[in-house]
Design a protein around this ligand. Sequence first.
Ligand code: SF4
Ligand code: SF4
Length: 393
Amino acid sequence: MAPDVGSPVRAGDAEAGFEVLPDFERFSQVDDVFCRSWWDESIRSEQTKRFYATYRRPLTRWRKANGFTQRDYALRNASWHVSDVFTELYEDQGRRDGFLDPLSMLRDGPGTRLEPESPEESARQVRQVARVFGADLVGITEFDERWVYTERFSSITGTAKANDLPDGLTSVIVIGQSMDPDLIQTAPSALSGTATGLGYSQDAAVLLGVAQYLKNLGYEAVPSMNDTALAIPLAIKAGLGEYGRHGLLITPEFGPRLRLGKIFTDLPLAHDRPQRFGVTEFCQQCDRCTTACPASAIPAAGPVPVALNRSGLKGVNKWSVDGEACFGYWSKINSDCAICVRVCPWTRDYSRRRNRWWRRLAGSPLRRLALAIDDRIGGGRRLKPTSWWANLR
Ligand code: SF4
Ligand code: SF4
């Protein structure tokens, strides 16, 4: 299905904090910076090939540097293993499940549909099911084709292919998986990449479980990780959090320390409302991620109505991150980087009363004080990877 887009502005955009402009264009996955590193010679290099090889080939590269040793890469790659099994299953057929294509390991459902009691009750049950499978956060929003990729990328041909979805999809269930706080604190390191890999591996299990449940009820279910659609606008609309200067979702429960997955379905479901808790106003006072980013990928100016390069979304006035510069740094260090997640003051352990108190302050007109307190206590400082291994936190 290739849905048409009329006016790019929709009811509910203002409530979600979206500023969609008349020149809005839906995004093609071909322009995603990771996909470009397969076909675009301005991104593709020996360095990017080495970067991928450290994930996908038997380990041959590591360093003596703290956080980049054989032990660190061994753990990072093990954390990716479950996700990799799904991704590589049909690679010879041109699919990369969870990254270029939706997860497809699902059985057919019955020919008959369970009649829902009400959209509200179905939504409640879906939330319960998602949590029992291990989801940390669950939100539900309408199917909005603006955030669906115009086309997918084929790793076999290096070109576009159709982004086929079933007809009649009405809702998107957005799932959030928190990432391990101590591992994130070791960024940048191969060790911190373990938090990312674990996030994807857990996401694959949760998404497949929830999608199979929907299938068993007789409904369509398309479980999706990085493929098919942009996750962040769907998550904002589903009420999971707000958009931060570093281009990531910030949630009240985990800050930006989160991975997102989604399931497209036609089960009638009640939808959640966006929530605002002061992130936009806080980011206007803070530049921690901008100054900490080693690739200068997070502009100090902000929000801008233009994409910084072809890997950016066109026609939305928002904080934009330079994906080319960011991925260039990842390639240089042979691992993903989460410095902007580590240093963000919203990344804290909200099971602690003092951090819940800080969150209230940060969301109030006293946000400058909240930032000063975080500066004073050295928020966002790095944990040495050797200290993590020694369990010294
Ligand atoms: S992941 Fe690292 S390189 Fe990329 S924007 Fe964040 S701090 Fe910068
Ligand atoms: S580090 Fe500061 S500016 Fe950057 S996203 Fe977090 S709160 Fe916003």
